[in-house]
Design a protein around this ligand. Structure first.
Ligand SMILES: Nc1ncnc2c1ncn2[C@@H]1O[C@H](COP(=O)(O)OP(=O)(O)O)[C@@H](O)[C@H]1O
Ligand SMILES: [Mg+2]
Length: 394
């Protein structure tokens, strides 16, 4: 195998693609890459990870294990990741022999909310008013415009974890102590009208492909639904959000699939919230509703292939399935959800992540509902929500 790999090297089907991380996003990547004829090697510390169990090869090692990373680099020349807290140092080690996308520098920015917010703002994209918090003194000096606010740990937060809503300096100081005084950002609580996200891909030649915008609803800090019916959001907001995402990706020298979460405020203005350096839960609708799924797109980018069409084939709703659906709402008894009733509905596709144990609050899978008539999509989404006891948010 030649040692030199450049940004124009094309990896053909039959060759290996490498994935750092074995979660559900890695699993769906495996399925997409394998259906194109690629072989996938997954590195993850667990022996039974959702992605590791479907990959052609799994390396069981910590994400920062130098031997495990060397073994990965011996199998494949191209590596991507499926979670944002991958140690940037691991990406750096891999980059000496492999083409790593996204690169260590881009991931390092977006995995730290302090660096991320400053970077987004530097690209001319508005963010919530915020201040960096490294000490109690930073909170004592925080302006009143940041209250009520949200204190967010700078690193390792997800699904609303590592966050506290605070109404006063005193509460913020208590939350900061409860987080172990790790670096944080304090940002003003904004009046949200809507949450949307832009999933996009950028290839090594700078080519970009942007998916239709999804409208997201969260329950208890976890994404519950994504609705994709473009007529519901103004053209102006759609193009502003797409252009902002493209600017962020370019500014980061980003290669791969990326998601930017935005808030639309009550006054109609747009604020960027955070960037995910990977396919995103709010992009799962692309698996059934778009010409190319976000996971196929991820494989295309890393292989140096042309990007696929992001065209929306029909309106869609994505419903996340948490472990709660396995517990009877009456008796709390553990039992299998009524999949047969779900799958009897037109336009419904089931995606489960192969996790053996359903726990409350744990992401187990999702359902995509796609139909040319948006009213049918909505009606069936409500029926699925009933059958699986999901929060009725539509
Ligand atoms: N500044 C804010 N104003 C109002 N709501 C917010 C703000 N920041 C976060 N939220 C709410 O909390 C959710 C989770 O916050 P986010 O920063 O996206 O963290 P996570 O990493 O957990 O996704 C958001 O989707 C939004 O509903
Ligand atoms: Mg978020």
């Amino acid at each position: 195998m030649s040692n030199t790999i450049t940004t124009s090297t094309v990896i053909n089907p039959g060759q290996w693609l490498g994935m750092l991380g074995g979660g559900q996003l890695g699993r769906m990547f495996c399925h997409a890459a394998q259906s194109m004829g690629y072989k996938v090697v997954v590195l993850d510390p667990a022996t039974d990870s959702p992605a590791g169990t479907v990959a052609e090869k799994q390396i069981v090692a910590a994400y920062d294990d130098a031997n495990g990373l060397a073994e990965l680099a011996a199998v494949t020349r191209v590596v991507t990741t499926e979670f944002e807290n991958v140690p940037a140092a691991s990406l750096k080690q891999l980059s000496s022999g492999c083409r790593v996308s996204p690169g260590a520098a881009a991931v390092a920015v977006v995995q730290d909310r302090i660096a991320e917010k400053a970077f987004i703002a530097s690209q001319g994209v508005p963010v919530a008013p915020y201040t960096e918090v490294r000490s109690e003194a930073d909170l004592e000096q925080a302006g009143s415009h940041l209250f009520p606010g949200i204190l967010k740990a700078a690193r390792l937060g997800y699904d609303g974890k590592g966050q506290a809503r605070v109404t006063s300096v005193q509460e913020a100081i208590e939350a900061f102590a409860a987080f172990g005084k790790v670096p944080c950002v304090l940002e003003a609580m904004l009046p949200l009208r809507e949450e949307i996200s832009v999933v996009m891909a950028r290839g090594f030649n700078g080519e970009v492909a942007v998916y239709p915008i999804g409208q997201n609803t969260h329950v208890n800090g976890i994404l519950a639904t994504t609705v994709v019916y473009p007529g519901q959001i103004s053209e102006t907001i759609q193009s502003q959000a797409k252009q902002a995402a493209i600017n962020i990706a370019k500014g980061l020298n980003y290669y791969g699939v990326m998601c930017v979460e935005f808030f639309i405020l009550q006054d109609g203005s747009l604020v960027a919230n955070e960037v995910a350096p990977r396919p995103h839960n709010s992009g799962h609708f692309t698996m059934n509703a778009c010409a190319t799924s976000q996971f196929e797109q991820q494989a295309r980018v890393m292989a140096g292939m042309p990007l696929g069409s992001t065209q929306l084939l029909a309106p869609a709703v994505m419903l996340n399935i948490l472990g709660d659906s396995w517990f009877s709402p009456e008796s709390d008894e553990y039992r299998e959800p009524a999949w047969n009733e779900v799958l009897a509905l037109p336009g419904v596709s089931l995606h489960l992540y192969g996790k053996s144990e359903a726990r409350k609050g744990r992401k187990m899978g999702h359902i995509n509902i796609v139909h040319e008539d948006f009213n049918v999509v909505l009606a069936n989404a409500r029926k699925v929500s009933d059958i699986l006891n999901l929060s009725q948010v539509l």
